[in-house]
Design a protein around this ligand. Structure first.
Ligand SMILES: [Zn+2]
Ligand SMILES: [Zn+2]
Length: 329
């Protein structure tokens, strides 16, 4: 499907700034109407008839011939219909500005890293996620100690008292996320958090207009361990935070048993900027809701050489490299 402007026939897209559907050709708001895809098949652009190069899991893309944003009906419907999404809240211009502010003082970045032409290649992508809801029975059984010391005469006494500590909590975990995309590196998505899940909005395909999207391509069971690990850690932290006043605490048994579980499917917004430099790709990702940047800093070898005589620059280079390794900037 494609969303077209009723006034001028242009391609209406979702504007993160206006939080509305917007026609960039005649500036009208909410003037869109939905045009269904032609019956010729997924790859055929409903607007110009050109063949769109789509990847296996794409659910929204851009036609390279007429530049219209196309949403692939059968990939957002039925079993593939997301329940909710967080719409992009940071537009492309804001994202470019943020990358420039963050990296313009980075002396070692190659000259065209922040060029308009390069930055303009970034794409807004909706990444598929599974959201797990759990009702958990969390139990802690262990031993706490309290230590009391005092001095009498020339002797010092220490008394250690042992207490049996038990906690039994019912905890409801709402929307523990794990990405369902083969393409998105897990480490990146973990660093990209948090998203504000209260911003989740009922799915409507028009939010995808103006962006790229994937439908889920990893089964909910396959990625669930990531959500379970987070849930178990949180459950243990909650149990322990409910115990206080002891000098030490030893766990004999600590469990988080899932009593009820359900899974929901949704999409989260990410800006993706793939910078190629000397045959290497440096992917940068920006949280499309909060603006948090995750990426690996490109280092310009020539520039490092220019400055390598000065110790301060050498240290800066090392720090940039360390940032690069962590992948968090
Ligand atoms: Zn228009
Ligand atoms: Zn087209």
């Amino acid at each position: 499907m494609i969303f077209k402007c009723k006034n001028c026939g242009g391609n209406s897209i979702y504007s993160p700034e206006k939080k509305k559907m917007y026609c960039p050709y005649c500036d009208s708001i909410d003037s869109q109407e939905r045009k269904e895809s032609a019956s010729e098949g997924l790859e055929t652009c409903p607007e110009c008839g050109g063949t769109i190069p789509i990847e296996q899991f794409d659910s929204a893309s851009k036609c390279p011939y007429c530049d219209n944003y196309i949403i692939f009906d059968e990939r957002v419907e039925g079993d593939y219909r997301p329940k909710f999404l967080i719409p992009f809240q940071m537009g492309k211009d804001a994202c470019k500005k943020s990358l420039r502010e963050r990296f313009q003082k980075n002396t070692f970045a190659p000259a065209d890293f922040l060029s308009e032409a390069r930055l303009d290649s970034m794409q807004g992508v909706y990444v598929p996620f599974w959201f797990y809801n759990y009702d958990v029975n969390a139990v802690f059984e262990g031993t706490g100690t309290k230590v009391r010391s005092w001095t009498s005469g020339d002797r010092r006494y220490t008394e250690t008292s042992y207490y049996s500590v038990g906690r039994d909590m019912e905890i409801a975990f709402d929307k523990m996320p794990a990405d369902a995309s083969v393409k998105m590196p897990d480490s990146v998505m973990d660093l990209m958090e948090p998203y504000h899940y209260q911003e989740l909005t009922d799915f409507d395909p028009q939010y995808l207009s103006g962006f790229y999207a994937e439908f889920y391509n990893m089964p909910a069971e396959q990625v669930e361990d990531r959500a379970k690990t987070k849930m178990t850690e949180d459950a243990k932290a909650l149990l322990r935070s409910s115990v206080s006043g002891y000098s030490s605490l030893h766990a004999d048994r600590e469990t988080a048993q899932i009593m009820n579980r359900n899974v929901e499917y949704g999409l989260l917004p990410v800006w993706r900027y793939i910078y190629s430099y000397k045959g290497e790709e440096y992917p940068f990702y920006v949280n499309g809701e909060t603006g948090k940047i995750v990426g690996t800093a490109p280092l310009s070898g020539t520039k490092v050489l220019v400055y390598s005589g000065a110790l301060w620059f050498f240290l800066t280079a090392i720090m940039v490299a360390v940032n690069g390794i962590l992948g968090l900037l």
